[in-house]
Write a protein of this length. Sequence first.
Length: 187
Amino acid sequence: MAREDNRRDRRDRDETPEFADRLVAINRVSKTVKGGKRFGFAALVVVGDQKGRVGFGKGKAREVPEAIRKATEQAKRQMIRVPLREGRTLHHDQAGRHGAGKVVMRAAPQGTGIIAGGPMRAVFEMLGIQDVVAKSIGSQNPYNMIRATMNGLVGESSPRQVAQRRGKKVADILPRNDHDAPEAAEA
């Protein structure tokens, strides 16, 4: 009986929509065969929890819904965690590349919004970033743009991670505010 309950719990947990997904591109391909043409579809999907986790996947099938389902499953398996500053932007500027696709991502002040093109915008929205300035240089292919964006996001690190790697404290890593020092000296 316990085994059946575990299966039911797992199924319920899988069906809860904890992830949002965004369809980025659908490509229709045709194969000419003896009787005519056979059409197939390739889908590119970005999935994220909008709290710092994001992944992308591609799926191919004869029907569009099946291709989207396959892409979504692959995206959920390939998710990465990205540290965010204040839960809204990147900690530092970052560049990423994949093939001929190059992207530059910059942290932005509050209220800037997402300034990025097509596939990059989908990644940032699913990641939960609210303020970022990004530029795509080179390839306009959505697959390469997303892979380059993910490549850059993998290299993103928080001050806590840097401090831990160097064996220091977070306060030693972050720049000091010189404006606060004179006030403390006067008091």
